[in-house]
Design a protein around this ligand. Structure first.
Ligand code: ADP
Length: 367
């Protein structure tokens, strides 16, 4: 079976613009890894890497996918279904679009909340051409009916639809062209096992290292025609919480700053001044991060303290603290989670200018 891009091949990001309701209930701040509407609609397409070779970092993932692409092309088959998991902003959508480009097929982008009714997923499946890729973001949030329609579709490229109601209801099978499902999730553990088992490749995306983020900042600066020094790029990378989306967002804000200041090049010093102005400190913590950590230290003696108590004391929403702020603080050792609640660490005391406490919590829950 030949896999070709159709002649009316749409802009791969078009589906992204129209189909993905990615906005979460909480506010997207400068340092939150979720996309905001303006980014998804206007800017991301321009700076997304288009080829595997331009996709920086995630070496292991790239190696595995390179091999899968070569094998699938050799057999003239579509790629295996692929599950990508990891925090937002690390490049799951980008990788899906790259896979489609490398395979010469289209990629339809959607998310679980946009697939509420059975006809949402059936409509998508019947519109596929051989080899096409469907990208479903937040796939752990699919409802049961949609999930059950996906099982035979993924396994046998078959859509089972029920026509009529009650006793006269009949099930009809509609053959589908072979396709690849790329699922993305922040919570691999929340996926049902029948769905997880239908993915041939399951891969985790990791936070990026400083040198990788520096390359990403330099690459984006070149695309945006912003002049930046190596040290300037490192300064932005350092404050980007291991996340390309945040690195690109910070770069844009810093670029605005130097433009208003009528300076030609982003230097280390200017980048630092601009980001301090936006309240992003040298380690990539913002005002709310510091508020949460300071509150635990001052009001709860460093912890352990429950999420609800932190939310009440800071006036922030508990879910926002848990989903937006905590992952980075946990990952980078500013917070630890014990069975009795959240505790700050010696690193937190040092970073915020306090004298570290004598003892540190012993039991840390693995995440
Ligand atoms: P996710 O789907 O995981 O939320 P995206 O794929 O939308 O993340 O990536 C967010 C932004 O970060 C994209 O606009 C892209 O330009 C950039 N990006 C992500 N991963 C990489 C990478 N490996 N190399 C370069 N840029 C990247």
């Amino acid at each position: 079976m030949a896999i070709k891009r159709s002649s009316d091949s749409p802009d791969p990001d078009r589906a992204y613009k129209t189909n993905r309701s990615k906005q979460s209930s909480y506010e997207v701040t400068l340092l939150s890894p979720q996309a905001n509407t303006q980014e998804t609609e206007n800017n991301e397409a321009k700076i997304r890497p288009q080829k595997l070779a331009d996709y920086i970092g995630q070496k292991k993932l790239k190696g595995i996918l390179n091999m899968a692409i070569a094998a699938a092309k050799d057999r003239a088959d579509p790629l295996d279904h692929l599950l990508l998991y990891g925090p937002p902003g690390l490049g799951k959508t980008t990788m899906s679009l790259i896979l489609a480009a490398e395979m010469g097929v289209d990629c339809k982008i959607t998310s679980a909340p946009a697939l509420e009714r059975p006809r949402d997923i059936t409509g998508l499946l019947v519109s596929l051409k051989p080899g096409d890729i469907i990208f479903i973001d937040e796939i752990h949030r699919l409802n049961r009916m949609t999930e059950e329609l996906l099982y035979p579709a993924m396994e046998d490229f078959r859509l089972d639809v029920t026509i009529g109601k009650g006793q006269t209801a009949k099930t009809r099978s509609i053959p589908l062209p072979p396709f690849t499902l790329v699922g993305a999730t922040t919570k691999a553990g929340a996926l049902s096992s029948p769905l997880r088992d239908r993915f041939g490749i399951i891969q985790r995306l990791r936070f990026y290292e400083l040198d990788e983020l520096t390359l990403i900042v330099k690459r984006t600066a070149e695309i945006l025609q912003a002049s930046i020094t190596e040290a300037g790029a490192i300064e932005i990378a350092r404050r980007s919480r291991g996340t390309p989306r945040i690195a690109n967002r910070l770069l844009r804000r810093v670029r605005d700053y130097v433009q208003v200041e009528k300076v030609a090049t982003i230097t280390e010093e200017l980048a630092a001044i601009a980001m301090n102005l936006f309240d992003v400190d040298a380690q990539g913590l913002d005002w709310t991060d510091r508020l949460v950590l300071n509150t635990i230290i001052k009001q709860f003696n460093g912890g352990p303290v429950g999420l609800e108590a932190i939310a009440a004391a800071t006036g922030e929403d508990g879910k926002t603290i848990e989903e937006v702020y905590e992952p980075y603080l946990l990952q980078n050792g500013y917070l630890s989670r014990t069975h009795r609640g959240r505790t700050v660490t010696a690193k937190t005391y040092r970073h915020l200018g306090y004298q570290p406490q004598e003892s540190e919590p012993q039991q840390t829950e693995l995440l």
